[in-house]
Design a protein around this ligand. Structure first.
Ligand SMILES: C[S@@+](CC[C@H](N)C(=O)[O-])C[C@H]1O[C@@H](n2cnc3c(N)ncnc32)[C@H](O)[C@@H]1O
Length: 227
């Protein structure tokens, strides 16, 4: 799907770049702002929301699953927010890793912690790597639809390409398999606010809410809590 030779770099409205996939006519992030989307939808509305109610003492690292590692931007903003009180084991699934040369062309190092970003991009695939004392990254070269999913997940960043572009990622079967892996109280967010996705997740046992989207971006996004 992602033939790297055809991916192009585009600037989004907040000045951060994203990748465009001509074959799908689809971007990796919102064209209204890639970094704004990562900060708001994933870091703030999912990770920090769940971290705020992490009452285990001493705090055990939250297990976070990202569906679609892509450029590593969500991973980097999360690493920057991880602390001793809210440490993270971040498992990112990616079927089509982006070429290192293309990642450089995004110039994310100018917008986020460049050292962390380098460490995230250079981390070995398919094994846990301690990026900081509070952020362990496990990038899995893996197919979300067919490979075994990690268990006991507390936070999900559901960042697949849009339902119209890759409907199989948003099917009831795929969501049922995902939800089985979640701990009670797990938080899932996605940029997609479609009613049919909200109803599907509700039917599978998630308490769903529509919450405000990022400034300048989508009016609403979805957040679900596993009962
Ligand atoms: C919207 S982009 C994710 C952007 C990413 N979260 C970021 O911060 O750059 C969707 C990602 O899902 C990946 N993907 C597509 N099909 C997949 C599959 N079956 N399993 C795992 N990843 C997949 C794509 O290669 C792409 O990187």
């Amino acid at each position: 799907m992602n033939d790297d030779t055809s991916l192009t770099v585009e600037l989004t409205d907040d000045g951060s770049a994203t990748l465009f996939v001509p074959a799908l006519d689809e971007h990796y992030h919102s064209v209204k702002g890639a970094l704004t989307e990562s900060d708001h939808i994933y870091r703030d509305c999912a990770f920090l929301h769940r971290a705020a109610i992490n009452t285990t003492k001493p705090a055990t690292p939250l297990r976070l699953l990202e569906v679609g590692f892509g450029t590593g931007l969500n991973a980097c903003v999360t690493a920057m927010a991880a602390t001793e009180a809210c440490a993270v084991h971040y498992i990112a699934l990616e079927k089509y890793p982006v070429d290192a040369g293309l990642l450089e062309k995004l110039h994310y190092g100018q917008l986020v912690d460049g050292h962390l970003l380098q460490a995230i991009h250079h981390a070995t695939w398919d094994e846990p790597v301690a990026i900081t004392p509070h952020f362990t990254l496990e990038k899995r070269k893996s197919d979300y639809l067919t490979d075994e999913l990690p268990k006991s997940i507390d936070v999900v960043y559901f960042d697949a390409f849009a339902p119209e572009k890759q409907p199989e990622m948003w099917s009831a079967e795929a969501f049922a398999r995902l939800i089985e892996t979640l701990n009670p109280g797990a938080v899932l967010t996605t940029y997609c606010a479609k009613g049919e996705i909200r109803r599907l997740l509700t039917a599978l046992g998630m308490r769903m809410e529509r919450i405000p989207g990022p400034i300048g971006g989508k009016r609403e996004i979805l957040r679900g809590i596993k009962s």
